[in-house]
Design a protein around this ligand. Structure first.
Ligand SMILES: NC(=O)c1ccc[n+]([C@@H]2O[C@H](COP(=O)([O-])OP(=O)(O)OC[C@H]3O[C@@H](n4cnc5c(N)ncnc54)[C@H](OP(=O)(O)O)[C@@H]3O)[C@@H](O)[C@H]2O)c1
Length: 238
């Protein structure tokens, strides 16, 4: 384990979409990046680890593996997330539970496991990927919006608990971003969303990654408990 070769970063769901862009940008800025995914694969130059955020045991095992290979995790990007969109009257308890279990409880599991070593180091960065839907809601997204809004109270509580020990906790709220998640929408749905975005385009994963790199940096040490949009103006007003 080499301590002076950049910080150790762990990105959940780092194998594709926004997580992959965050992993690549953090690696480019000199960090040693562990890409955590259910498949366990990682791009060249990064460390791949198998992790399913719905299992506390699996989370513990993945962190232990990263600690043994790279050292304690100093920056956590909690990005893994799913949608199971449907209107309330057709939303099964299963669809509600599965989304909350991955998006909110998953973030709790990884943050809790990451926090103890960060407390020992007296430094750390917790970055949670929420969504513009957290504050705006969305038809068919009661489960998703609830899980993403939950992250805000969760992160702000951690910010209050952990800031005196050098650990910041912040939420990033992306608007519509080009990834597999939005590829699942129809062209008509995407066009309809874009007309509501003042910037008049979908975002790219790199738009989100640029903010994540800044929040992870030492320059961001006075930013904690924040909710920062990367949404082309879609959610402004909150
Ligand atoms: N795209 C958007 O417009 C948008 C907007 C706002 C917020 N977000 C949020 O940004 C984050 C990334 O979204 P994305 O668009 O990049 O989505 P994506 O392309 O669908 O990727 C989702 C990622 O989450 C991982 N994941 C899902 N369930 C998991 C689990 N149980 N354990 C571990 N990993 C799991 C997936 O891993 P597998 O490969 O194993 O499935 C994948 O890496 C999500 O939290 C999403 O809610 C996205």
């Amino acid at each position: 384990m080499v301590e002076d070769q950049g910080r150790v970063v762990l990105v959940t769901g780092g194998n594709r979409g926004i997580g992959a862009a965050c992993a690549a940008a953090l690696a480019a800025s000199g960090d040693r990046v562990a890409v955590a995914s259910r498949g366990g694969e990682a791009p060249a130059g990064m460390y791949g680890v198998r992790l399913d955020v719905t299992s506390a045991e699996g989370v513990d095992k993945a962190f232990a593996e990263v600690e043994a290979e790279l050292g304690p995790v100093e920056v956590l990007v909690s990005n893994a997330g799913i949608t199971r969109d449907t209107l309330l009257l057709t939303m099964s308890e299963d669809a509600m539970r599965e989304v909350v279990d991955t998006n909110l409880l998953g973030a709790y599991r990884v943050a809790k496991r990451a926090a103890r070593p960060m407390l020992r180091m007296r430094r750390g960065r917790l970055i949670f990927i929420s969504s513009v839907s957290a504050m705006m809601g969305g038809p068919g997204q009661a489960n998703y919006a609830a899980s993403k809004a939950g992250l805000i109270g969760f992160s702000r509580s951690l910010a209050r608990e952990l800031a005196p020990r050098g650990i910041t906790s912040n939420v990033v709220a992306p608007g519509p971003i080009h990834t597999d998640m939005t590829d699942a929408l129809t062209d008509a749905q995407r066009d309809n969303i874009v007309t509501q975005v003042p910037v008049r385009r979908m975002g790219e994963p790199e738009d989100v990654a640029a903010l994540v790199v800044f929040l992870a940096s030492t320059q961001a040490s006075f930013i904690t408990g924040a909710l920062i949009p990367v949404d082309g103006g879609l959610g402004m007003g909150h």
